[in-house]
Structures are given as C-alpha cells and as structure tokens.
Design a protein around this ligand. Sequence first.
Ligand SMILES: Cc1cc2nc3c(=O)[nH]c(=O)nc-3n(C[C@H](O)[C@H](O)[C@H](O)COP(=O)(O)OP(=O)(O)OC[C@H]3O[C@@H](n4cnc5c(N)ncnc54)[C@H](O)[C@@H]3O)c2cc1C
Length: 388
Amino acid sequence: MNKTSEIVIIGGGVIGTSIAYNLSKKGKKVILVEKGDLAFGASGSCDQEIILQSKSPGVHLQMAMRSAEIYKTLEDELNHPIEYKNTGGMIIIETEEEMKTMEGIVEKQKKFGFNVEILDRNEAAKLQGGLAEHLQGSTYSPQDAHINSMELTIGYANAAKKLGAEVILNTEVTGIKQENRKITGVQTSDGDIDSEIVINCAGAWAPAIAQMAGINIPIQPRRGQIIITEEVPPYVMGDILSARYIAAKYNPDILKNSNDPGIKLGVGLALSQMEKGNIMIGATREFVGYDTSVTREGIKEILKYATRLVPGIRDLNIIRVFAGLRPYTPDGLPVIGFMENVEGFFMAAGHEGDGIALAPVTGEIVSDLIIDGKTFIDDSVFDIKRFN
Ligand SMILES: Cc1cc2nc3c(=O)[nH]c(=O)nc-3n(C[C@H](O)[C@H](O)[C@H](O)COP(=O)(O)OP(=O)(O)OC[C@H]3O[C@@H](n4cnc5c(N)ncnc54)[C@H](O)[C@@H]3O)c2cc1C
C-alpha cells in the first residue's frame, strides 16, 4: 500500500473517528489508520456516561455542554443507532465532608449556567431506589445522558466514509516520516501514506506515536476495571457517580496516601444501565502501565463500595468483567493542537475518563483549528507547553 492523503489520523477510537467525520464534513481528504478494529482501545472498554456534573467549571464544563448540544441530534446526523438517552444523572454523597465539597462545586457550576442542584437523601431516594440509608444526599442534573460508545465510534467512522474518508483497520503505524522537522507522512505495517498533516489520536498509546516524531507528551495509561451484570428490568435512573469518584479522578495523590484498599485502587462508583438492561458497575483508577488484566482485588473493591452505597444491586448476577486504559494527563484536559517543533504534527489525545462525553466537541475543535486556525473556545488551555 502506498497512498497519499491531505490528513492522516492515527487511532480508531471515539476521538479519531469524530475528527475524521468532522474534517470530512468540511471537505478534507482523510485517511484513518487503526492497528486493530474500531473501538479497539478505551472507546470499546469503558462506561457509557455523558456526564456533565463531573467536569470542572471552566473550559472542561464548557466543552461538555457544547458536546451535550451536539449529542441531541447526532443520531440523526450520523444516521446510525448510537443509543443516546438524555436520562439525567446524580452524584451520590456519602459523608458530610463530601457534601461540603459537592456544594462548592455545584455552586460554581450553576454560575456557569449549568442546570444542577443538591438533593437531600429523601429527594435522592425518590429518583433512585435501593440507596443506602446512611447517604447524605446527591446532586442532580437533567442534562446528563448516556450512549453506546462502540456504536458511536462505528457511527462516526461510517459517516466519515460516506463523505469520502478512508478507514484502514488492522494496520499499525510504525513510524512518522519527516524532512527538516516537517511531516511528510507515516509508515505503517502495510506501507507508507504520504501526508503533510498527521493527527495523533492514539489515546493511551499517544506517547509512543509522539515519540516516533521525537516529541514527549505527559499522557499515561490509567486502568479502569468494570463489571457487567445480567439483564434486568429498568433499575438505574440514568447516570450515577459517587462523590468519591470525583476525588479519585482529580486527586491521584490523595489515593496513594490512603490505607483503604478501595481508595488506593481509585475506586469510585459509576453506575448505569445499558439498552438491553445490563447494569455497568465501575470502576478503578490505577496506574499499572499497559496492563489490561482484571484483578480479583479490583473487582472485590468495586463491589464492596458499590453495594455499600446502593445495596439494592447486591442480588444481581455478574456476567462479565473487563478493563480499559484511560489516557490520563496531569490536569485532566487533553492535549490538542499542532506541535511547535514538528510542522504538521497535531495532537488530539488525553481525555482521561471524559472521551465519550467530549468526542463530539473535540471533533469540532480539531477541524476548526486545522481548517480555520481558530475555534470557539480558548484553545491555549490544551497547549502541551502548560506542562512545562
Ligand atoms: C473504565 C473506563 C470507563 C470510562 N467511562 C467513561 C464514561 O463513562 N464517559 C466518558 O466520557 N469517558 C469514559 N471513559 C474514557 C473514554 O473511554 C476515553 O477517554 C476515550 O475512549 C478515549 O478515546 P480515544 O479515541 O482518545 O482513545 P482510544 O479509544 O483508546 O483509541 C486509541 C486507538 O489508537 C489505536 N492505536 C494505538 N497505537 C496505534 C498505532 N501505532 N497504529 C494505529 N493505531 C493505534 C488503538 O488501537 C486505539 O483503538 C472511560 C474509560 C475507561 C477505561
């Protein structure tokens, strides 16, 4: 295979396919290269939550709110069943200390124009049955939703193909070609593709691709283990997180210093019900390199914590467990933009636990930046130089 394209995208997850679709929609000739199948990485081994409440007020929440707008009509736009449901969601609060923290976050989010409120335990129990008696309450937002991330990835890829994009699967990018610090294409396990622009959408594997261009990026794989139950009648109200999930996400150092095995593993509750009735119970947040094994300790700690908060799920049978790798950055925001030292090399990775929620807006931002050189959001926050 020897091909030429205006733009090469590396990685067939939600981010790469959303970008492929958005660039194709704007008339660019795109080739996407994926080493396995579509959704082979985190996008095929994650939860399904488009939860806005877990985003910090500021650019993170602004991105999530824009994505939520796009999601409302995306199924029709892609002409593919992506199982989008605007269910609403809650973050359940166990302790007084968590309540104080969540009250502060909710206050700031409201000022940002986000529709969210604090509920006491009785109000929370009206929305979700089976909650533990000792809970303090929860937050609630009607704006949260969920989606099937694999269908989303396939939907984006198919829609991009209809607009002229080429999607090449089972083909690994093995090198980045450049002359005088200027991109000239990629080498793959099946030949070269010439191109002046290469976009690195390889998620947790993005550092290895960046290394091929001589660039260091501070993305690390952060493992999440998830449990799937048997199919049951409607039980979970929408998307449920726990306040400890928020702490585990943003404060890895606090977790390191704890003696509690669940906290050490970064266990926070993420609970939602899939289209067919299976309940997803997540998840851990662990730095264990590229190991995607499921561990007995991880599953035990998730179940211990989940049944402490929602004892109602105790009797369900588990049918499956798996683990995926979130692309973690130290400040929770992705790295997006052209790299200074290698002309034509563009980064779009590092969405940690938010890539499903932020895929539509990321596609929009990246296509704006590549085609127009500007976008609707202050993109300096995505600059890799912030980590210096
Ligand atoms: C347990 C868990 C739960 C999560 N829950 C949620 C959630 O509820 N809501 C949410 O918004 N987000 C969630 N996330 C996060 C979300 O899954 C990720 O942020 C998102 O999937 C990242 O997408 P991506 O396209 O950047 O990366 P990936 O989906 O990992 O895609 C990268 C792709 O690059 C390919 N690749 C790598 N190297 C090469 C190469 N050399 N050549 C070609 N291809 C290559 C890989 O095979 C892979 O398919 C969760 C993640 C995990 C692990």
